[in-house]
Ligand binder design. Structure first.
Ligand code: PLP
Length: 345
């Protein structure tokens, strides 16, 4: 039976070109900064993001952690969304390992933080309060349906943060999805941030790795923090080689994933007892709810699994499907047919 795995874009497997690049990569010890393939990827990443420097890390979670550790000291506070990946899904690492205090404010359904909420969360200089150091945004916003934050909005947040002496970090795990969806160069989305992390191992299909980018001083500090969390990776050119392929070959095709996600959302909207706002689907993430009817979200998940369609449950009635390199337009037709069959039963 064919498997259609829509749980996440992290399930993507490396392309043939990536496997080839991995096997022929020139390698060295990257902790000595002597791995030529890693150095090449880092230069490419910095250039793409419009920053002075970049550094390879093991994962998106490590990227966000190392960035927060590099901007903040123990007892400092970071303002971030209550639906943000860093707050929700990164094992509390910034607090557990960095002693950094998360100050959450509400994410709006479009993934933004209201400017007045950010301003209201910034602490006064008072011995009772932690020091606010950093604001974090996420683009695209995972739990807000893969919403893409615009360049204009990011610029406004950066202006507010910088005006108040704060730094701005962007969790850009899927920032290329945002750039493709908005039809802008990714630099437009990173121009005003002090650091950005982005992932190679999601829609870009590389097997491992994320990049963090910022000023030379920032990346030098981040290199120390990456070592402290055990992220010095020696001959990581085997990872970087696939990453170079990802940056060169896999960005433009993200539009295909977005088209498939929109078609999936439109199809789900036509199936009874499911609730979705298809107009909210901008990129490759589709959330929908089981609303009434006799089939529960758990039952839908299990019955789809029996038909080879894998999706993720993220709440009592909420399900998530993510399109990616391994999913074709025909897979979307098959998925919709499978959902319809289960819901009609
Ligand atoms: C927005 C966002 N940031 C960070 C991460 C963490 O990436 P990783 O799974 O590589 O640690 C993810 C993972 O899905 C994500 O969606």
């Amino acid at each position: 039976m064919k498997t259609i795995d829509l749980r996440s874009d992290t399930v993507t497997l490396p392309t043939a070109a990536m496997r080839e690049a991995i096997s022929s990569a020139e390698l060295g010890d990257d902790v000595f900064e002597e791995d030529p393939t890693t150095i090449r990827l880092e230069k490419m990443a910095a250039e793409r993001m419009g920053k002075e420097a970049a550094m390879l890390v093991a994962s998106g979670t490590m990227g966000n952690l190392v960035c927060v550790l590099s901007h903040c000291g123990r007892g400092d506070e970071v303002i971030l969304g209550d639906q943000s990946h860093t707050f929700f899904y990164e094992a509390g690492g910034i607090a557990a390992l960095g002693g950094v205090h998360p100050h959450t404010i509400a994410n709006q359904p479009d993934g933004t933080l209201r400017l007045e909420d950010i301003a209201g969360a910034i602490r006064a200089d008072n011995v009772h309060f932690p020091r606010t150091r950093l604001v974090c945004l996420e683009n695209t916003h995972n739990r807000c349906g893969g919403a893409a934050l615009s360049a204009e909005y990011i610029e406004q947040v950066a202006a507010l943060a910088h005006d108040r002496g704060l730094l701005l970090h962007l969790d850009g795990a899927r920032v290329f999805n945002a750039a493709v969806a908005l039809g802008v160069d990714v630099k437009e989305l990173t121009r005003h941030v002090d650091s950005v992390s982005f992932c190679l191992s999601k829609g870009l299909s590389a097997p491992v790795g994320s990049l963090i980018c910022g000023s030379k001083e920032f990346v030098a500090e981040a290199r120390r923090n990456r070592k402290a969390v055990g992220g010095g990776m020696r001959q990581c050119g085997i990872i970087a080689a696939a990453g170079i392929e990802a940056l060169e070959q896999m960005i433009d095709r993200l539009a295909e994933d977005h088209d498939n996600a929109k078609r999936l959302a439109q199809g789900i909207a036509e199936i009874g007892s499911l609730s979705i706002e298809p107009e909210r689907v901008q990129t490759n993430i589709v959330y929908f709810d089981v609303a009434g009817g006799t089939v529960t979200a758990e039952q839908l998940l299990v019955k789809l699994g029996d038909k080879g369609v894998k999706i993720l449950q993220v709440g009592p009635a909420r399900l998530r499907a993510v399109t990616h390199y391994g999913i074709s337009a025909e897979d979307i037709n098959l998925t919709l047919a499978a959902i319809e069959e289960v819901m009609q039963r």
